[in-house]
Design a binder for this molecule. Structure first.
Ligand SMILES: [Zn+2]
Length: 290
């Protein structure tokens, strides 16, 4: 079998991710159809506006799924690192999309706090139960995923679950009391949480694209460990970065004191052991002789 990603680990993670996302896509599409019919049947503005949200969700998940699937394509002479970073690109697209939509919700909620529209509690109650089931199963599928793509999707869908839960509680309250201001208030709180959670994912994704040393690694410690290897006198250049938040790449240029074959082999072996300790997927070393 041709190895598509840099390591088997990342390949399994991306395969799992694309299968998980395909399930959320299917659920989103089915839910979308129900909400469209629901909107037409109940003639409720709230449900119709939700159908628009769900259409955007389905489209966004479709893009995520296509990119995650494409990230599994093997390396070639034009893309020598393969396509794994498409998964990060997808996390960025989802984050930007949901942050943009949440900003609109913030604006809309603020205007609605001051000019209240009467909602339709019975219709919302029924769709809230459906929404919690469909979005809940979707979150369950992607929540434990190892890719940034799944992380971004799970924050988005978790936001949707919170929204439906809030709508469920609200619809019950609204059947007895008329406090329509609660609806925009809760929408506002959830939108702010989504902007915060996906803003963080967006920043982390950009850090990966900028080839930052991943937070869980200490480059100074790695440098110390490399300098402890016999016959390594100086590190002239070093790069430690992540391809997709999973695979770690190390490139370094080392000044060495010996050019004897057995010494060089020993340095190589020690470096390989170190790479294993640091969970580095691919290391490239250049030796400069004194
Ligand atoms: Zn959504």
């Amino acid at each position: 079998m041709v190895k598509e990603c840099t390591t088997e680990k990342s390949q399994n993670y991306h395969k799992q991710a694309s299968s998980n996302i395909s399930i959320t896509l299917l659920l989103s599409f089915l839910f979308n159809i129900l909400v469209i019919f629901g909107g037409l049947y109940t003639n409720s503005i709230a449900i119709v506006s939700d159908a628009i949200h769900d259409m955007a969700d389905t489209f966004c998940l479709l893009i995520s799924w296509i990119l995650e699937k494409a990230s599994l394509k093997g390396k070639n002479d034009k893309y020598t690192y393969g396509y794994q970073r498409l998964s990060i690109l997808s996390a960025i697209i989802t984050s930007v999309f949901v942050i943009g939509a949440s900003l609109l919700v913030v604006y809309e909620s603020l205007t609605r706090i001051f000019s209240v529209v009467s909602p339709d509690p019975e219709g919302m109650f029924f769709f809230a139960i459906l929404g919690i089931i469909f979005k809940g199963i979707s979150v369950y599928k992607v929540y434990n995923g190892q890719t940034y793509n799944e992380k971004a999707i799970s924050f988005h869908l978790l936001g949707d679950v919170f929204r439906w839960l809030a709508i469920l509680i609200l619809s019950i309250i609204l059947m007895f009391y008329n406090i329509p201001i609660l609806d925009p208030l809760i929408s506002l709180v959830i939108a702010i949480w989504l902007i915060y959670a996906l803003g963080k994912t967006l920043i982390e994704s950009f850090r990966i694209l900028l080839q930052k040393v991943p937070d869980e690694y200490d480059l100074r410690k790695l440098k110390e460990d490399i300098l402890k290897i016999d016959n390594v006198s100086e590190i002239l250049d070093i790069h430690l970065w992540s391809l997709d938040g999973i695979d770690l790449i190390l490139t370094c240029k080392l000044k060495v004191n010996s050019n004897k074959k057995e010494d060089i082999t020993k340095i190589r072996d020690d470096l390989s052991k170190l790479s294993l300790d640091y969970d580095i997927s691919e290391e490239t070393v250049e030796f400069i002789f004194d």
